[in-house]
Design a protein around this ligand. Structure first.
Ligand code: ATP
Length: 416
């Protein structure tokens, strides 16, 4: 018989007291209905690793939505109910709690979303991705804190291994390929040898996953602390090329991703900046293919295309004799995110200086005079007003005029 491991003390130690009493209240409410309640998923793994987060995943052998609603009575939270899936999410200010009914899943074909039926905790753990994520903690009072570990997840944690539950796992759901690389790099683990073999065998199954789901996986990678490590590993294993055959996870990525993080501190870099850097080595046509495959939203797609557009102007931007007005005209029609991505991506000092000047100063500069001022000064209304304003703007950018008086003088000279 396997050893009984009680994790009650880990729960008490790592979770705030309010959350522990919430768990106990949930367990008491489930018990009133004669249901069994479990803590599952990543939090069980993270408790065992000593780094619990505040996102709870609970499953109940019973009605999850009814339990969530009952919990709401005493715990004011925002609730989101998914009737179709029988799940509810309670959003508190400091933590969130997902509650689901234990379920069994089957896949009609590789890459399809699973068909879901209610099932036992055993079924529910079997549907999960890796042994580390397929453990549960019993929460009912007679067995509070007992670890359920049917697949050796605890041992795999100790040996720092990521292991699938069965040979078909990546075929059923190839998004698990990306998930495995994320956990491997995040936790500093290694893919267990047979899992590695299966992953390599099943890379072609990534084609069965819709662009939307792959985009979600990519976003999850980019939210990790060091996405470049995941890309480097994905490149080494031949997974990265499923996003686009021309993508490479090399030192360049590492250097640039580090810089973008520094630039974005104290926040995480925005997604579009990361993606613009990621696709920077691609041609415009390849970037377009990447956008179509992942069905990127319009504004994100525009940033990537703008960055590619700026790349096409690099030879001009690298000319040290380029006047500020020239820099302005090359860059002003592109989104600021694309300009920032180009600043990070470029290795030319002159290009960097030009872009920095644009971002810090040139993009905000305008002439002091407007169309009405020109008319008041006697410039005939019509075509050349716009032209003169443009000339004044350029003169401002190039430092040929610095005050309103300078501009007025310039206009008077033109009129004479
Ligand atoms: P993270 O720390 O990244 O949030 P997590 O383990 O909580 O890790 P989620 O993506 O929130 O990850 O998923 C919660 C749980 O649901 C996982 O621990 C896993 O058991 C299960 N799961 C999620 N996605 C899959 C999948 N594609 N296939 C199988 N099980 C999955």
């Amino acid at each position: 018989m396997s050893e009984i491991i009680n994790l009650a003390s880990l729960i008490e130690k790592q979770l705030p007291p309010e959350l522990v009493s919430f768990i106990k209240q949930a367990s008491a409410l489930a018990e009133i209905k004669g249901d069994k309640l479990y803590l599952v998923g990543g939090l069980v793994r993270d408790l065992l690793l000593g780094k619990a987060s505040l996102d709870l995943d609970l499953v109940v052998e019973g009605d999850a939505i009814a339990l969530a609603r009952a919990l709401m009575m005493d715990n004011p939270a925002k609730i989101i109910v998914h009737q179709r899936f029988g799940t509810a999410k309670l959003q508190f200010s400091e933590w969130s709690v997902d509650i689901a009914t234990t379920r069994r899943e089957s896949y009609a074909r590789p890459g399809a979303l699973p068909t879901v039926k209610s099932g036992s905790i055993i079924n529910d753990l079997f549907r999960r991705d890796f042994t580390n994520n397929a453990m549960a903690i019993k929460l009912n009072s007679d067995s509070y804190g007992y670890l359920i570990d049917l697949y050796g997840g605890h041992d795999d944690l100790k040996h720092k291994l990521i292991r699938v539950l069965h040979e078909q796992s990546f075929i059923d759901d190839a998004t698990r390929i990306w998930r495995s690389l994320r956990y491997e790099q995040r936790l500093g683990f290694k893919l267990e040898l047979n899992t590695l073999r299966l992953l390599k065998r099943d890379i072609p199954m990534l084609k069965t996953i819709s662009g939307d789901r792959i985009r979600y996986e990519l976003e999850c990678v980019l939210k990790e602390q060091y996405p470049e490590r995941i890309f480097a590993r994905a490149y080494e294993l031949g997974v990265l090329k499923s996003l686009h055959p021309s993508l490479k996870g090399n030192d360049w990525f590492e250097k640039k991703f580090k810089q973008v993080r520094q630039l974005s501190l104290p926040d995480q870099p925005p997604l579009d900046l990361y993606l613009a850097l990621m696709t920077y080595p691609l041609t415009t046509q390849e970037t377009e293919q990447f956008i179509v495959y992942l069905r990127l939203p319009k504004s994100l797609a525009q940033t990537l295309l703008d960055t590619s557009g700026i790349k096409a102007q690099l030879a001009l931007l690298a000319d040290p004799r380029l006047p500020p007005s020239g820099i302005y005209h090359l860059l002003h029609s592109y989104s600021p995110q694309a300009v920032t991505a180009s600043l990070l991506a470029s290795d030319s000092l002159v290009v960097k200086e030009h872009i920095q000047l644009f971002l810090a100063k040139l993009r905000y500069m305008r002439p002091a005079l407007n169309g009405n001022d020109l008319i008041k000064m006697g410039v005939p209304t019509g075509s050349n007003i716009k032209e003169i304003l443009n000339l004044l703007h350029d003169a401002r950018l190039d430092g040929k005029v610095i005050s309103k008086q300078d501009e007025e003088e310039m206009v008077r000279e033109w009129m004479n």
